[in-house]
Write a protein that binds this ligand. Structure first.
Ligand code: SF4
Length: 444
């Protein structure tokens, strides 16, 4: 390596949208620090894995990937390997001890120090920084858009979480909740629009508790949503994730008011049983949750509602499981992310409860939940037959170069024959056929 060679970095991202957004922040910090982004693993001098700890499965995937990197490092001993994100924060020195190939470990609030940590690792000293911050929001960082389609983009508006759901590592891995200066969010949204982007998704672990105060001025989540919605009617706004206890009537009314705020709400319920919700420390009851669903359905007809469900949590009985299935039917979810409970170290559930639902029972309950959700999703898609939606064209369909794909406001994928319009433009599409995952139509 010559002295002045610019070192190239390659980032692999695991887990949630927040992590993808963080990888863009990391790319920006490293680019400013004199490193160069590369989309090619084989030519990289530095490989960074931005990891997720939310489920055991997510960590297992990273560990498997590290085995592969071990072989790469054998061929190229100069390769620097870094672990970022929640798994780095959770495991700290332990993983570095275990995985001798790791040169750098950086937690979610340490990314500004990455150039220095990588320099240190480049000179042969392993480097670690997992100090959590009470105020880091990376508000001033202009993210480098990685793997971007140039049409939709994520914007982090807050970091951390203080809800302490008993099964969740996030409050430990990402620290306390803090919101980003609204002016920086508005500026980033405006810049993206000027560059041709037509959709932004505002991200946070719990966006509804977004709150900014400076002097006498305060901005809450509906206020921020409104300020972005008015930038331009051609800019679609989405957000994720909402905690049911914090989804206010004010937010629902703002979504209803602006056509460019997408009619899709992700509202993780996790369980339909009050006993389990209490044990999960979710801070709402089944009835309160269903009340919010009824409000959304009455105020915003046609709004898609998706959810997350965890099955097999500690002490979950058949009766609790049945209540989850019944709640799913009553809520008529359009889509659901479904998981088997897996114990995460350091959480309240791991320390205080017994993971006592046998694996085959968890698997069977998960199957029943998935089967029911497939019926609900199919019914939701069939309700769209004959309807016309405004679709933001995202690109060519993977199946045919004669077709476009895009999404409607409800976040459903729609496929239709190409028109003279281009990706990034809006088109009205009438639904002619549906599959379990896609609406197939024609531009009108
Ligand atoms: S709201 Fe609960 S599940 Fe979501 S990140 Fe916070 S602690 Fe985890």
């Amino acid at each position: 390596m010559t002295e002045n060679k610019i070192r190239k970095f390659y980032i692999e991202t695991y887990g949630c949208q927040m992590n993808f957004s963080d990888s863009e922040i990391v790319a920006s910090i490293l680019t400013d620090g004199g490193f160069q982004a590369s989309g090619n693993l084989q030519e990289a001098d530095i490989v960074l894995l931005n990891t997720c700890s939310i489920r055991e499965h997510a960590e297992d995937r990273v560990r498997k990937r590290l085995h592969y990197f071990r072989s790469l490092k054998k061929k190229n001993p100069g390769l620097t390997i870094g672990l970022l994100g929640c798994m780095a924060e959770r495991t700290k020195f332990a993983l570095m001890e275990e995985e001798q190939l790791l040169d750098v470990i950086a937690g979610p609030d340490s990314y500004r120090h990455l150039p220095g940590l990588l320099e240190q690792a480049g000179s042969g000293q392993r480097a670690i920084d997992t100090i959590l911050s009470a105020d880091e929001t990376y508000a001033d960082i202009n993210p480098v858009r990685l793997d971007s389609n140039g049409i939709s983009s994520f914007i982090s508006i807050m970091r951390g979480c203080e809800n302490f759901c008993s099964y969740c590592v996030v409050p430990y891995a990402r620290g306390q909740e803090r919101s980003r200066d609204p002016e920086t969010v508005i500026r980033e949204s405006r810049d993206l629009f000027i560059q041709g982007y037509r959709e932004v998704t505002l991200l946070g672990q719990n966006v509804n508790s977004y709150f900014w105060k400076e002097g006498n001025e305060t901005v809450n989540f509906p206020g921020l949503l409104e300020r972005i919605a008015v930038l331009d009617p051609q800019l679609r706004v989405r957000f994720a994730t909402s905690h049911p206890k914090d989804l206010s009537l004010e937010v629902i009314e703002i979504i209803e008011k602006y056509p460019n705020i997408c009619k899709a709400i992700h509202l993780p319920v996790q369980s339909g049983s009050d006993k389990i919700l209490d044990k999960m420390n979710r801070k709402y009851t089944r009835e309160e949750y269903l009340g919010k669903i009824r409000t959304i359905r009455s105020k915003i007809p046609g709004c898609a509602i998706s959810t997350d469900i965890i099955t097999g949590f500690c002490d979950e009985t058949e009766e609790d499981h049945k209540q989850t299935l019944e709640l799913m039917k009553e809520a008529a979810f359009d889509f659901a992310f479904t998981f088997k409970y897996s114990e995460r170290p350091q959480t309240i559930a791991a320390e205080q409860y017994e993971d006592n639902v046998p694996a085959p029972v968890k698997e069977r309950r998960l199957r029943e939940i998935i089967e029911l959700q497939q019926e609900l999703s199919s019914a939701s898609n069939h309700r769209d037959l004959g309807e016309t939606f405004e679709v933001l064209i995202e690109g060519e369909s993977k199946r045919s170069d004669k077709q476009y794909f895009g999404r409607n406001s409800q976040n459903k994928v729609m496929v239709f024959p190409k028109t003279s319009l281009k990706p990034g433009e809006y088109v009205k599409v009438k639904v002619k056929r549906v599959t379990s995952a896609t609406l197939i139509g024609e531009a009108i």
